[in-house]
Design a protein around this ligand. Structure first.
Ligand code: GCO
Ligand code: MN
Ligand code: MN
Length: 388
């Protein structure tokens, strides 16, 4: 049995809004008393997290006076210094205040768009002040209930204009900051623009500074849409765009659940952890989830510890999977390649194409061959069930 104690090198982070979630839902009032940002930093330090992330208004209420803001920042900074916690990521709340009821950057009202830009510039300054190097954009209210209300092409153009503006702002300020775009298909809007990580990846290439912009995929958001999260993450990674990741869990077709990481689909969580560890992803493992509404703050700590512990257990299982002789033998057989087809594959040449057109290939024999995937998957399950 290994030691599943979280360490700084694991880069486990939580948002102030995650462990600070007071358990309000559309049907019920808060079940936990709010804690201050500094108290939440101490809670996170106690459970062993590496860092804490925030929306501007998680730290400083939207209507705080400058003096109140300074006092909160002082207390927060002191808590960071005492505990050694870092702030790797920051973001803007562009969804809670009524001004954002029809979106921020995509609003039809230029006053709202101007306020959203102003608020984001100030929030970027705040994040950088605390050391953030990744800045997340989640377009929580950038969407519609009815497509009578906003033009979808205009919406795309407005988001592009806002991101181009903010990239230039970051460059002007000489900040060391990258942007990570987070897709979600719906909630709180009926439909949100750029529903998946794939939509975001395509959009990024149309920006003025695509090199500054990557993605922040979230397990729950792709699961809500019934998609394979790992495939979206892999595409982001392959494109050099995996700047951040939001870990949690979610049943498809349900409300936005934000469950503890790995609590619903262990197999999907396993292949995700295995991927992140195998490729050497070096960014934050950010848990964007919250404790059940049934919990008090001891339960919140159980939740936070559970996220990290499950990650570390799955990391160990991934190493075991990679080293398992039977799995290795199966993989070798599955991926067997005697090299005889190398002259016909790879980059196109006219000679290769001509040769390949005439190559005899025994379609029926190949189609009859069993691929051993049942055996491989069962071995995976047995590792996960702990009997191997
Ligand atoms: C959600 C989102 C948010 C964002 C956060 C950071 O479903 O509410 O996941 O938690 O990640 O706003 O931008
Ligand atoms: Mn979410
Ligand atoms: Mn998220």
């Amino acid at each position: 049995m290994s030691d599943y104690t979280p360490k700084p090198e694991h880069k486990f982070t939580f948002g102030l809004w995650t462990v600070g979630n007071v358990g309000r839902d559309p049907f019920g009032h808060p079940v936990r008393d709010p804690k201050s940002p500094a108290e939440l930093v101490h809670l996170l330090a106690e459970v062993g997290a590496y860092g804490v992330n925030f929306h501007d208004n998680d730290l400083i209420p939207i209507d705080a006076t400058p003096a109140e803001a300074e006092a909160i920042k002082r207390e927060f900074r002191k808590a960071l210094e005492t505990t050694g916690l870092k702030v790797p990521m920051a973001t803007t709340n562009l969804f809670s205040d009524p001004i954002f009821k029809d979106g921020a950057f995509t609003s039809n009202d230029p006053r709202v768009r101007a306020y959203a830009l102003q608020k984001t510039m100030r929030a970027i300054d705040l994040g950088v002040e605390f050391g953030a190097q990744v800045y997340v954009f989640w377009g929580g209210r950038e969407g519609t209930e009815s497509d009578a209300t906003k033009d979808p092409v205009t919406a795309i153009q407005r988001i592009r204009e806002a991101l181009n503006f903010l990239c230039e702002y970051v460059r002007d300020q000489k900040y060391d900051l990258k942007f990570a775009l987070e897709a979600k298909p719906n909630e709180p809007r009926g439909d949100i623009y750029f529903a998946t990580t794939g939509h975001m990846l395509a959009f990024i290439e149309t920006l003025d500074h695509p090199e500054m912009v990557g993605v922040n995929p979230e397990v729950a958001h792709e699961h809500m849409a019934g998609l394979n999260f790992l495939h979206g993450v892999a595409q982001a990674w392959e494109a050099g765009k995996l700047f951040h990741i939001d870990l949690n869990d979610q049943y498809a077709g349900r409300y936005d659940q934000d469950f503890r990481f790995g609590s619903r689909d262990i197999k999907a969580a396993f292949f995700l952890v295995k991927f992140l560890e195998d490729v050497g992803y070096a960014g934050s493992r950010h848990f964007d989830a919250h404790a059940y509404r049934t919990e008090d703050y001891e339960g919140v700590k159980d939740f936070a510890r559970g996220c990290m512990r499950t990650y570390l257990i799955l990391k160990e299982k991934a190493a075991q999977w990679n080293a398992d002789p039977e799995i290795r033998a199966l993989l070798a057989e599955i991926n067997a390649d005697d090299g005889s087809l190398a002259p016909y594959l790879g980059p196109y040449t006219p000679q290769k194409a001509a040769a390949l057109r005439d190559l005899p290939i025994d379609r029926q024999a190949i189609g009859r061959r069993g691929l051993l995937y049942e055996r491989l998957d069962q071995l995976t399950i047995e590792i996960l069930l702990g009997i191997r």
